[in-house]
Write a protein that binds this ligand. Structure first.
Ligand SMILES: Nc1ncnc2c1ncn2[C@@H]1O[C@H](COP(=O)(O)OP(=O)(O)OP(=O)(O)O)[C@@H](O)[C@H]1O
Ligand SMILES: [Mg+2]
Length: 228
């Protein structure tokens, strides 16, 4: 589902954010991406979302070759993906419902269907009662959950999440991870960038570790959890 071959990313001439990163993620896997601040986690997710292009190497995702992809194919790629950004990127002038339903509207989904699907996604994160609120009327954790609902509303093939539990208390963080597991159980490939070591330890999934832009380790899920 996701293949990186010798991927490098430089910002400007001097700064190397990623260097010679190689890995495969199969369809249906649940994988954590970890590493210290500045290691390149967000940079890697931005490449996968085609928000940025690699300086070198090749990325394939859901049948697309991201490097050579013409601009007009970007929306086709993104429709297959759900993304939770580190800074949420909610639109403050739109209600919670409008934020979540936005992608469906763009895709030309009928209004009743937008309502059904947005409600279902908000219910998954426990925020169906906040439909008509604006993002700035919500707590940080609630905004984060709206961002997660927005990423899930489209039943994505691939879910990318950048520190999705960064602003949540441990119970809520665990709930969000259980939600991701459920989504993963329905076939969505999940890649979660996080610093949270205790979360990673509890979840027992494959872990990719970045250090200074290099892939320092790729630890498979403990075998006891593979046979599901
Ligand atoms: N747009 C940019 N321009 C220049 N340098 C950048 C840019 N974005 C990221 N960097 C640099 O690239 C490196 C990797 O950053 P990145 O955001 O990918 O790290 P991260 O692992 O997500 O860190 P954090 O855990 O703090 O979110 C950092 O040194 C950062 O300063
Ligand atoms: Mg980051």
């Amino acid at each position: 589902m996701i293949v990186l071959n010798h991927v490098g990313k430089q910002y400007g001439r001097m700064h190397t954010a990623l260097a010679d990163v190689n890995f495969h993620i199969q369809a249906g896997e649940f994988v954590f991406l970890t590493g210290p601040s500045g290691a390149g986690k967000s940079s890697l997710l931005k490449l996968l979302f085609r928000q940025q292009v690699p300086t070198s190497g090749e990325i394939r995702l859901a049948g697309h070759r991201l490097g050579e992809m013409p601009e007009k194919e970007i929306p086709v790629l993104r429709r297959k993906m759900g993304v939770v950004f580190q800074d949420f990127k909610l639109i403050h002038s739109m209600t919670v419902f409008e934020n979540v339903a936005f992608v469906l509207r763009i895709m030309g989904v009928s209004f009743p269907e937008q309502k059904n699907r947005a409600f279902r996604a908000l219910k998954m994160v426990g925020l169906q009662h906040k439909l008509s609120n604006f993002p700035l009327q919500l707590s940080g954790g609630e905004q984060q959950r709206v961002a997660i609902a927005r990423a899930l509303v489209n039943d994505p093939l691939v879910l990318l999440a950048d520190e999705p539990t960064g602003n949540l208390d441990p119970d809520l963080a665990q709930e969000i991870m259980s939600l991701f597991e459920r989504i993963n159980g329905q076939g969505t490939t999940v890649l979660v960038a996080t610093h949270d070591r205790s979360l990673i330890q509890r979840m027992k999934k494959r872990v990719l570790g970045l250090e200074h832009g290099h892939l320092a380790f790729d630890t498979p899920a403990p075998s006891s959890t593979l046979a599901v």
